[in-house]
Design a protein around this ligand. Structure first.
Ligand code: DQA
Length: 148
């Protein structure tokens, strides 16, 4: 069975590559998505990708994933720390979700230590740069396969 996962990128992640590279690295969002696609072939899964700077569009994508996805890999970016609406959407849809961050949010400013999403996620991976996404996809895929 081919599993389908939604890869969701929150605000400002479209700027990766030129955005504060000392914190977020030099890879672009396209680079990260390409690495995820390579991994998905190994995992025999299918991916769809969505990035938005708008909270409502991210919520719409989460709701739409309920139709045809087995899980969600999300970097909610700054909405991690503020969006009860994104957390509620994830909770409502109930798909297994893995939260990822390029930076280690727990080593940064205190306002980044809190995640609204973490309590409704299977787990959180942060601090490994673009590898956080790859580790996250592998973990999500294993989690879903083990719960079939
Ligand atoms: C981020 C961490 C967030 O605190 C920040 O607002 C981002 C990116 C990360 O991937 O490290 O935009 O989610």
């Amino acid at each position: 069975m081919i599993l389908k996962f939604l890869i969701l990128h929150g605000p400002n992640l479209n700027l990766l590559g030129k955005r504060e590279p000392a914190i977020y690295g030099s890879q672009t969002l396209d680079d990260i998505n390409s690495s995820l696609l390579e991994l998905s072939a190994e995992l025999r899964s299918e991916l769809s990708f969505f990035q938005s700077n708008s909270e409502g569009e991210l919520i719409n994508a989460i709701q739409a994933a309920a139709e045809d996805c087995h899980g969600i890999l999300i970097n909610p970016a700054a909405y991690t720390h503020s969006s009860i609406a994104i957390r509620d959407a994830l909770s409502a849809v109930g798909l297994p979700t893995v939260e990822v961050h390029l930076s280690n949010i727990h080593r940064r400013e205190t306002f980044r230590h809190i995640s609204m999403v973490a309590p409704v996620a299977v787990g959180q991976i942060c601090g490994f740069g673009s590898d956080s996404y790859l580790l996250g996809l592998r973990a999500l895929s294993n989690y879903v396969k083990n719960s079939l």
